[in-house]
Design a protein around this ligand. Structure first.
Ligand code: ADE
Ligand code: ZN
Length: 325
């Protein structure tokens, strides 16, 4: 029923995309050469062979070491501009991009180097008809002191940062660990979101903390909220966005979570489809829509609603939203 052409034709927003997760093997090798970094692999096949993971921890163990090829401002520019070109090809009109400053500052790359390259790519991508913003994520397995320092480093660039998020290893790292940094970020005018993952034993608690105590406007992943009908009512009533990533789910979780996505969609939750780390999980946003639509027999109405939700859950102005809704 649903064809790739139908999905291609829909204007979309992407709200759950880690820029470091868009590092394709080709660019990884090019940057390794440019910066004379030995990554232990010298062909695309060798790079791909190292992509073996079946849960979040084994994925992150491949993901972070690869970032050492990112050294100069130009590298961050090339990374972001390559992604934004792919986004334009996927008919993505608006994107809110996660970046992990601590994954770079912990390697002695300056905050300024990272954000300057990303921001310059965003400015240049306006010519491609893609409008992009940055969401700064705290690495939740780092200390809250490190998050505090990162937020201070970000302050001179706060006009370039639309919000803050929380990613990396969720186990024993609840949202509340960063309550103070979220308060400070909100006071600086930033929006709030957080990864509350699925299939973690404490994830319902984490979702509740993020929503009820920290006031997040979106939950990234979070599809196991279906286990708690009161929380589902909360996200429906408060129009909280849920950013799902089907192909990512099928790599680092037991499955795509299609039933949960459809259940939340039918209840009126602002759930949308995203690619998470497309260079690692086998596809960009249209591939994610297609995989879900194909395996779970989605109707055109359902696919259209998912695309509308991506704009409704976004942080663009109401005037801009009206262009897409
Ligand atoms: N960092 C990059 N991708 C992530 C994911 N899916 N979950 C947590 N942290 C991440
Ligand atoms: Zn993610």
């Amino acid at each position: 029923e649903i064809t790739p052409e139908f999905i291609q034709g829909l204007p979309k927003a992407e709200l759950h995309l880690h820029i470091e997760g868009t590092l394709e093997p080709e660019l990884k090798l090019e940057l390794a050469k440019r910066n004379k970094v030995d990554i232990g692999q010298s062909t695309i096949e060798e790079v791909r062979q190292a992509y073996q993971y079946d849960d979040l921890a084994s994925f992150l163990a491949v993901y972070y070491p690869a970032m050492q090829v990112l050294q100069q401002e130009q590298d961050f520019y090339d990374l972001a501009f390559s992604y934004l070109r792919r986004a334009a090809e996927n008919n993505v009109r608006h994107v809110e991009i996660f970046f992990d400053p601590q994954a770079h500052t912990s390697r002695d790359i300056s905050f300024e180097t990272v954000i300057s390259g990303l921001h310059r790519a965003i400015v240049d991508a306006r010519a491609l008809n893609v409008d992009a913003e940055l969401i700064m994520c705290f690495l939740r397995d780092f200390s809250k002191e490190s998050a505090r320092k990162t937020l201070l480093e970000a302050m001179p660039y706060k006009d370039w940062i639309i919000g803050v998020g929380l990613d990396s290893d969720e186990h024993n790292n609840p949202p509340l660990k960063f309550a103070r940094q979220y308060e400070d970020a909100a006071a600086a005018g930033m929006h709030l979101t957080a990864h509350c993952d699925i299939d973690q034993k404490d994830s319902i608690d984490h979702i509740r903390q993020a929503l009820e105590i920290m006031g997040v406007e979106r939950i990234d992943h979070g599809t196991n909220i279906v286990e708690d009908p009161d929380l589902v009512d909360f996200v429906v009533n408060h129009q909280v966005g849920l950013t799902s990533c089907p192909l990512s789910n099928s790599f680092v979780r037991p499955q795509m979570k299609g039933e949960e996505i459809l259940q939340l969609l039918s209840k009126g939750a602002k759930i949308c489809i995203n690619s998470d780390d497309p260079a690692y999980f086998g596809g960009y946003i249209n591939d994610n829509y297609y995989a879900l639509a194909d395996q779970f027999n989605l109707t055109q109405q359902q696919v259209i609603q998912l695309a509308r939700n991506s704009f409704e859950a976004s942080w663009i102005s109401d005037e801009k939203k009206a262009l897409y809704l």
